[in-house]
Ligand binder design. Structure first.
Ligand code: CTP
Length: 395
């Protein structure tokens, strides 16, 4: 990594203090860091701390005589292998999405011909605002990559999505972009979200899966360099950067999409697939009649995980399943491991508060080799650990 360089733009947000730790991690890994500190950023961290940790000069002014004499701002924008914006404030994102060039950070983002990674950090309302949504979509369409934001308690006292990703996660994303990542050249298939089984054209049988954990895993795999196909049921999650997404509704559509995506080096089945579907999907809307409510007959859906694990000749080398349990977690997970023929199972207790649809997860990894219990962590962190474990298995 010693020849790799990052141009690190530090925006004005309380999360800027985490960027100091990120700088330390990068330097420890031998990555060169050249910092640009915005005026607002300098309200949160000092140029001296940043410069000391980066072991380089801090650039701040667009029209600084000394800086321009040393290195023009256009040259500066191309002086690294990757441009990282952390924290990427709403203001910096808006400037970059609209091509503004009123200060050194904005000019750098407009002038650079290098890949750009942003780690957004802002209040949840600002993150959810239609203007930020538009800017995010524009930046993604322009090829900018994103890591985070995470969900959690914020410095402003509110709770929600908008916390900057942890330094270790940003570091992983940077390494993935710099070196291609340990999953470079590998194709990983991920299923996520619920399935919806039609009863008639307007009614479905479905479940409460948010798709959050599956989407986080797809994003983490992509950050480690994998080509990721994400087969997703109906959820409102944004597609992670670098992931190719196939939207489906029913379990049978999910299976067909997975089979069409083969061959894959690994498959991670996170989806909460409906075990049953109505035996008949009515072509026209069922009407209330004199006979009272209809009686539903359910038939079993195909098991996607078991089908992939038993696939010949295209069984992925690593097949990972999930087990959401309410009791006897380890026992049920072991039974599932054998029944479904997968290599390991990520099991969790969904009766724990905040797991279903929430930000955190407490999981255990059950394989033939035994059981590993992981500490409670954010779903993004759990996702990255799972992605790393897959990379190890495929190595
Ligand atoms: N799964 C699947 N296709 C199905 C059902 C489940 O691919 N039709 C996958 C899930 O994505 C998950 C694993 O199988 O990785 C476990 O799913 P779960 O619903 O917990 O297991 P079941 O086989 O349905 O067992 P049970 O309902 O008895 O807990």
């Amino acid at each position: 990594m010693s020849e790799k360089r990052v141009l690190l733009i530090v925006g004005g947000g309380i999360a800027a203090y985490k960027t100091l730790e990120l700088t330390r991690l990068l330097r420890k890994a031998g990555v060169g860091v050249r910092p640009i500190l915005t005026q607002a950023g300098a309200q949160f961290v000092t140029p001296l701390s940043l410069s000391a940790l980066a072991e380089d000069k801090v650039y701040s002014e667009l029209f600084s005589l000394t800086d321009e004499a040393e290195m023009g701002h256009i040259e500066l924008s191309r002086s690294a292998d990757l441009v990282v914006v952390a924290p990427a404030t709403a203001d910096l994102m808006a400037k970059a999405a609209n091509g503004l060039a009123g200060d050194l950070a904005a000019t750098t983002l407009l002038a650079t011909d290098k890949p750009v990674l942003m780690a957004p950090a802002m209040n949840v309302r600002m993150w959810e605002h239609a203007a930020t949504r538009r800017n995010l979509a524009t930046l993604k369409a322009d090829g900018v990559s994103f890591v985070g934001p995470d969900e959690g308690a914020m410095a402003c006292g509110e709770y929600g999505e908008g916390r900057m990703a942890e330094p270790a996660a940003i570091f992983d994303a940077i390494l993935g972009m710099l070196e291609g990542g340990p999953l470079k050249g590998k194709h990983v298939l991920v299923t996520a979200g619920p399935t919806a089984e039609a009863l008639d054209p307007v009614r479905v049988l479905t479940n409460r899966s948010s798709g959050k954990q599956g989407f986080a895993i797809a994003g983490a795999l992509a950050r480690l360099g994998a080509r990721v196909t994400l087969v997703a049921g109906p959820v409102s999650q944004p597609t992670p950067a670098g992931v190719s997404r196939v939207d489906i509704e029913s379990a049978r559509e999910m299976l067909a999409a997975c089979q069409a995506a083969l061959p894959a080096d690994a498959a991670v089945c996170v989806a909460a697939v409906a075990d049953w579907r109505p035996d008949e999907a009515y072509r026209i809307k069922l009407k209330k009649g004199r006979d009272g409510p209809p009686v539903l007959t359910l038939v079993e859906n195909p098991d996607i995980l078991a089908t992939l694990a038993a696939h010949t000749p295209q069984r992925p080398r690593v097949v990972v399943g999930f087990a959401a349990e309410t009791n006897d977690v380890e026992k049920h997970a072991r039974a599932k491991l054998t029944r479904k023929g997968c290599d390991w199972i990520v099991a969790n207790d969904v009766t724990q508060p905040g797991v279903m649809g929430g930000a955190d997860n407490t999981v255990m990894i059950v394989s033939k080799a035994g059981v590993e219990r992981w500490d409670r962590a954010g779903k993004d962190e759990v996702a990255m650990k799972i992605a790393r474990r897959i990379a190890q298995d495929l190595a």
